[in-house]
Design a protein around this ligand. Sequence first.
Ligand code: DNO
Length: 387
Amino acid sequence: MKHTFRWFGAHDPVTLAHIRQAGATGVVTALHHIANGEVWEVAAIEKVKNAIEAVGLEWTFIESIPVHENIKLRQGDFRKRIDNYKQSLVNAARCGIHQVCYNFMPVLDWTRTRLFWELPHGGTALRFDIVEMAAFELFLMQRPGAEKAYTSEVLTEAETLFAKMSASEKQVMEDNILKGLPGTVEDLSMSDFKAMLSPYDGLTHQDLKSNLSFFLNEVIPVAEEHHMVMAIHPDDPPIDIMGLPRIVKSEQDLEDLISFVDSPANGITLCTGSLGANPEVDLPKIVAKFADRIHFLHLRNVRREADGSFYEDNHLDGSVDMYAVVAEIMNIEQQSGREIPMRPDHGHQLLDDLNTSSAYCGYSAIGRLKGLAELRGLELGIKRTRL
Ligand code: DNO
């Protein structure tokens, strides 16, 4: 595997020098200052690329060129936004960057109810709690029909929980949940958020899949022409939340995705944390099945709980059998001669991370360094026992 680290740009307190010290050889980043849907110009891409190369690293993957909401909705100026997307791809290729991650989650990216959930040793982890999520939807957001999305046990617990929460706890919960836009530090207000959701009213999974298919049929030929690959990130968590359809959360969804355009350029980011939160997903099987479509690896573990909650565990502990996943990845690398880029996805807040609260949620230096070190050790161990 090619070892990379995510970097959020010049404002990231985890610097390129830190990334190099952590043992990564590649960087994964985006032009976070460019508004979603605008063209990434060559000069702006070059500037970031030069900064990365100046410290002896390489810009391995773009994560992400975000997809404008009008493209997901196939409404308004979506054709212009798709043209902009194509132009950004062409410009990235001109700068020598050929691998692009993206997602097709409506409105929100990843969603958690706790950003600093304390572990027994005092470090913190990200957590998605189904009871808190239900309490948010029912009582803070007051989404009509939200009760249909939860079991009666969860609804009862959510009611009890909400009755006990103080005003400030409710505010923290709202801020946490509306945080799902990586690379930003701004929280959305509830009314902005509702305004963003309303165009999705009545949009079904099938509609959203058809809009994804339309988008891919437009951009994949451009990617192919410029020897690029696109790698969709699965939905996180892998369930419908807030009434929004989520369409990349299961093996069947991945099959549908690759059927939309039959090209290796139409690929997947294997996020073991996102897919691994779905108890029905067999990750080693998915690696073997979609081998030639897996272009990027987000390696992270989750510990699933019976009611659908989960938290992010150590990279090698939890419900995902990381040994089996990495062993399968190494099989497909061996068969294809490829070296697939990986990044340790997220990390706990540990040691000095706990004093540097300005890092992006989930993207602490030491927690991720630990994850990378463990994953590299696992990889080396597998390699040596196979020799
Ligand atoms: C979370 C990340 C995601 C990912 C995007 C890709 O930390 O894994 O935000 O970058 O979904 O577009």
